[in-house]
Write a protein that binds this ligand. Structure first.
Ligand code: ADQ
Length: 483
């Protein structure tokens, strides 16, 4: 088997067997353990300009080589806080109003991608399979090609890909689309993302797009190579989560949560504190539930867990303040001496604890304004008691809505519609809940994180095995211009 080389902005500090590790880190580690290989990226540390760059630190454990490096203050500011998180992230999530188009940060972004390529290319062997993750590293493939790397190189985007109109607002839009055409394989969560990308390829003249027979991929023919564009909807470690949730139902944390609710129904939301997650709209929708259906007052609690992220970026500081004010306002208005409507927590929990919380919640409320996939939606479903499952209320703008068809699908901007669906979810009978849950859990068991990873690697290897999972994927309705 060829060696796998995985590159992500941040190499997750995962200790073997720790259940804290997220599904993606677990899947990457499992692949590397099985196949042997390298995980390359930033180690999370910052060094000052005048300090000498020590280059990658290499550590080895169980066939896996971790190659991690620090970044200089300016690089981090321009590449990570700047271009990746203040330009690309908002644009990829349709927030042109928040995107900062600054040439200096673009230079920093290019510089760090070139630095990664400088450090990585000497470590590569001829038959390595190289897998690059996410929007931080779009130009890495072309930088590696410029350094003579002929290996199979794949890229997976964890965010949505926006419409061609939106993408063209980015000054470097054509350059970045051409950079993506330096990969052999480019993967997206949904058919919509792949379609939008294909439109950008056509518009920029980067290549000619053809639909492939499997119904889930496109061929992009460029002067240099044939690039495959394909849908790989990321999934979760379903079997493990089902077990974890069963066990966690009896844990002390779940017991304390249950006791604190004294028989009230629980609505749960779990998100990184990010403006793409639609949290202010969600708080408004919950308030609307209390207003329109006042029988829920004192009878329903909403637990929103939102650990801060990217706190160095101004917009993230602003949304944090906004949510604190909203939670304070709603609680101040509706709370009783023995009931607080919103329990708003800015911290992380272990996977086992979260699994127990999900299982105890009558409703999983997942309402991003845009989201590549949203793993919380899938995790909530996997953690339910199959004999008495809760209901998922899910935004139509999350990639997960393409597969989780047993959810109540809502428009997160329409707070009245979300409130109505919350009311419906809270009062849904067992038969309908069972039916809705059964279709979703079947899909999650069929197409889990291992299947996702195996499909991507097989497609990168270039064999037809990469289409093995195609029958479990929602098929693509390609627009006529590609058919
Ligand atoms: P995120 O935007 O981070 O991921 P999501 O898919 O929901 O969003 O994944 C978050 C993960 O962190 C989940 O596994 C969740 O359980 C965990 N998590 C969130 N809050 C937590 C808390 N308080 N404590 C502990 N764990 C917590 C990006 C894209 C998504 C895409 C994923 C994977 O934005 O669209 O689904 O990558 O590709």
């Amino acid at each position: 088997m060829d060696r796998l080389v995985i590159i992500s902005n941040r190499v997750a500090p995962v200790t073997e067997g720790k259940s804290q590790a997220g599904g993606l880190a677990v899947a990457i580690l499992e692949a590397l353990r099985r196949q042997g290989g390298i995980w390359f990226g930033w180690n999370g540390e910052m060094i000052e300009e005048e300090q000498t760059d020590p280059g990658p630190t290499i550590t080895e454990s169980e066939q896996i080589t971790y190659a991690t490096m620090p970044l200089k203050r300016r690089d981090l500011e321009e590449y990570y806080n700047g271009y990746a998180n203040a330009t690309l992230w908002p644009l990829l999530h349709y927030r042109l109003d928040l995107a900062n188009f600054d040439n200096a940060t673009y230079e920093g972004y290019r510089r760090v991608n070139a630095l990664f390529a400088d450090r990585l290319s000497p470590m590569l062997r001829d038959k390595d399979l190289v897998w690059v993750h996410d929007y931080h590293l779009i130009p890495l493939g072309s930088e590696l090609r410029q350094r003579g790397c002929r290996q199979r190189i794949g890229f997976f985007l964890h965010t949505p890909w926006p419409s061609s109109e939106m993408w063209q607002a980015l000054p470097a839009h054509a350059e970045l689309v051409r950079a993506l055409c330096a990969y052999d394989l480019v993967g997206f969560h949904t058919a919509d993302d792949l379609n939008c990308f294909a439109q950008c390829v056509t518009n920029t003249g980067a290549g000619a797009v053809e639909v492939m027979e499997d119904g889930v991929s496109l061929r992009i023919v460029t002067p240099e190579r044939v690039v495959t564009g394909r849908v790989f909807p990321i999934s979760i470690d379903t079997a493990h989560l089902e077990t974890l949730a069963r066990q966690a139902a009896r844990s002390s944390h779940t017991r304390r949560l249950r006791d604190s609710l004294v028989g009230r129904s629980l609505i749960i939301g779990v998100d990184r504190l990010d403006y793409s997650k639609g949290l202010p709209q969600r708080f408004n929708a919950f308030q609307e539930l209390l207003e329109r259906y006042p029988q829920n007052q004192s009878r329903v609690s909403f637990l929103q867990i939102a650990p801060p992220s990217r706190s160095d970026v101004t917009e993230y500081q602003q949304i944090r303040r906004e949510l604190e004010t909203m939670a304070g306002h709603i609680n101040g208005h509706y709370a009783e001496f023995d009931w607080v409507p919103i329990r708003y927590l800015n911290k992380s929990f272990g996977r086992r604890t979260l699994a127990g919380f999900y299982r105890h919640a009558r409703v999983g409320l997942v309402t991003p304004l845009r989201d590549g996939m949203n793993l919380v939606a899938k995790e909530y479903v996997a953690c339910q008691n199959p004999e008495d499952p809760g209901v998922l209320v899910l935004s139509r703008f999350a990639g997960a809505a393409r597969e989780m068809d047993g959810a109540l699908i809502v428009n997160p901007y329409d707070t009245a519609e979300v409130a109505e669906n919350l009311q419906r979810a809270l009062h849904m009978g067992l038969e309908e809940r069972l039916e809705r849950h059964a279709t979703m859990i079947a899909q999650l068991r069929r197409y889990d994180i291992t299947r996702w990873r195996e499909d991507f690697v097989a497609a990168l290897e270039g064999g037809n095995a990469g289409n093995a999972g195609a029958e479990s994927l929602p098929s693509i309705d390609f627009p006529r211009q590609f058919a």
